[in-house]
Design a binder for this molecule. Structure first.
Ligand code: ZN
Length: 458
């Protein structure tokens, strides 16, 4: 294994090799969710910790859905405690022919560890685990507890992971501060700016149904009475919807923290509801030269996206029911009532009344403000590693396990620092959940350095 000194962030080569090896072993355990099967990975970690003389517990929330937790006791009961959190499940790896290396190989190639989960999220589990082990090996006694947890089911909402643990095993996972995935990648700006996730949109998945006259396909009645046709009308109206721009304080904070060129004017146009669409168009045309709509607009809009549609079984049967699913993501402060108000406006009263709405999941968006001691610790830690580095607080359009902790009043940030290296921001952001997911050794060790130094502040 050839490692370069500048990738090691002052760690010994042997230690870096251990971090890499742990990551490879974890990638090789297939924890694709569904079904998850995280117990195999949780047990691997449990055995690894046992060999180091560290106690841990594997807790199954359901058969196969394992979580592993270990606590390094602090010396002062009143001192704040820190949870190093990651998840063990990974998303499916489709289109195997598009992968340069098989997704569960964990191969080390060209300075990267390759495979499903190498970034999301085993590439966080491995550094956190090795930092936890290192603290124990060195006999470091923190003031507050340091807790390590690698959990199940993040990719499907965390219901068999943190959600379940916080409800059923609160004493085991109880902490003051949480640091996990969800933010940290560097932004393509001159001075190093790292994103930190402080808030996330709410998830309001919804099933919708239209009903119509069933019958034989050879004798159709008026098409407007058919369930499928009604649903097509609904979907078309949703697709044509132009979601209003909603600029919340957090978005203004994000833009302010980015130190954009010509700061005064860019801040003005990027935080103006009226100029938002125009400024994104300008930015694409003249500055960024990348498709950024899908990055920017979800931060200032409530999104309603049809993702599943089902109806009919047989070519000669007119089905009486058509069903669709909507992936609804609402900005913090909005809820299901707002969604229905909006749907009424989009569909018109008549069509709205013909559609049946069924909630699949309601998770309000969460928020941890920037003014906390944990935020300061993170900021100081990254500035120590990289002088001049800045944090950019962001809203995440997708949801993470942090929402379960925030619901309980626990401070949580998404921060695993990562450099873009030779990839563009777009290429980098396509890696988790995409083909050829991989993590550079530099990023693996930067994350390790960060978590280690952060723990020393406890
Ligand atoms: Zn993840």
């Amino acid at each position: 294994m050839q490692l370069k000194e500048e990738e090691l962030y002052d760690f010994k080569k042997e230690f870096a090799e251990e971090v890499i090896k742990v990551l490879q072993e974890l990638i090789r355990i297939d924890t694709t969710n569904p079904p998850g099967n995280e117990t195999k990975a949780a047990e691997w970690i449990h055995n690894f910790l046992s060999k180091e003389g560290i106690e841990s517990e594997v807790i199954e929330s359901a058969p196969g859905r394992g979580n592993v937790i270990s606590r390094l006791k602090g010396t002062d009961n009143s001192a704040p405690s820190l949870l190093l959190l990651s998840h063990l499940d990974v998303v499916p790896s489709q289109d195997l022919e598009k992968w340069e290396v098989p997704p569960f190989s964990g191969e080390f190639k060209d300075g990267y560890v390759w495979g499903r989960g190498s970034l999301d999220c085993k590439g966080t589990t491995a550094p956190q685990l090795m930092v936890f082990v290192k603290l124990h090996r060195e006999g470091i006694k923190p003031k507050g507890d340091i807790v390590f947890a690698a959990t199940a089911d993040e990719e499907s909402g965390g219901h068999y992971g943190p959600d379940w643990l916080l409800e059923n095993k609160f004493d085991l996972i109880k902490v003051d501060d949480v640091v996990t995935e969800g933010g940290g990648p560097e932004m393509p700006l001159k001075v190093p700016h790292y994103t930190i996730q402080i808030s996330e949109k709410g998830v309001y998945w919804t099933r919708i149904r239209t009903h119509g006259a069933a019958g034989h396909g050879s004798m159709p009645g008026p098409s407007k009475n058919m369930a499928i046709v009604k649903m097509m009308k609904v979907i078309e109206k949703i697709a044509k919807r132009k979601p209003p721009i909603i600029i919340q304080d957090l978005f203004k904070e994000t833009v302010k923290a980015m130190d954009l060129p010509a700061a005064w004017i860019t801040k003005r146009i990027f935080t103006s509801k009226r100029l938002m669409r125009f400024s994104v168009w300008m930015a694409k045309k003249f500055f960024i030269k990348e498709e950024i709509d899908h990055v920017i607009f979800p931060l200032v809009q409530n999104n309603i996206t049809p993702t599943v549609i089902q109806s009919g079984q047989k070519v000669n049967n007119i089905p009486g029911l058509c069903e669709a699913k909507l992936d609804v993501r609402l900005l913090p402060g909005f809820d299901r009532d707002d969604l229905y108000k909006e749907m009424k406006k989009v569909l018109g009263k008549k069509l709205f009344n013909e559609v049946e709405f069924i909630a699949i999941q309601d998770q309000p968006g969460g928020f941890t403000p920037t003014g906390t001691d944990l935020y300061q610790k993170i900021e100081q830690t990254i500035k120590n590693i990289e002088p001049g580095a800045k944090l950019v607080p962001i809203l995440s359009p997708g949801s993470t396990d942090m929402l379960h902790f925030r619901k309980k009043g626990i401070k949580a940030y998404g921060f695993v620092p990562m450099k873009l290296g030779d990839l563009s921001a777009k290429e980098f952001s396509a890696l988790p959940h995409g083909y050829n997911e991989r993590v550079s050794i530099e990023n693996l060790m930067l994350a390790t350095r960060f978590f280690y130094d952060l723990c020393l502040k406890y």
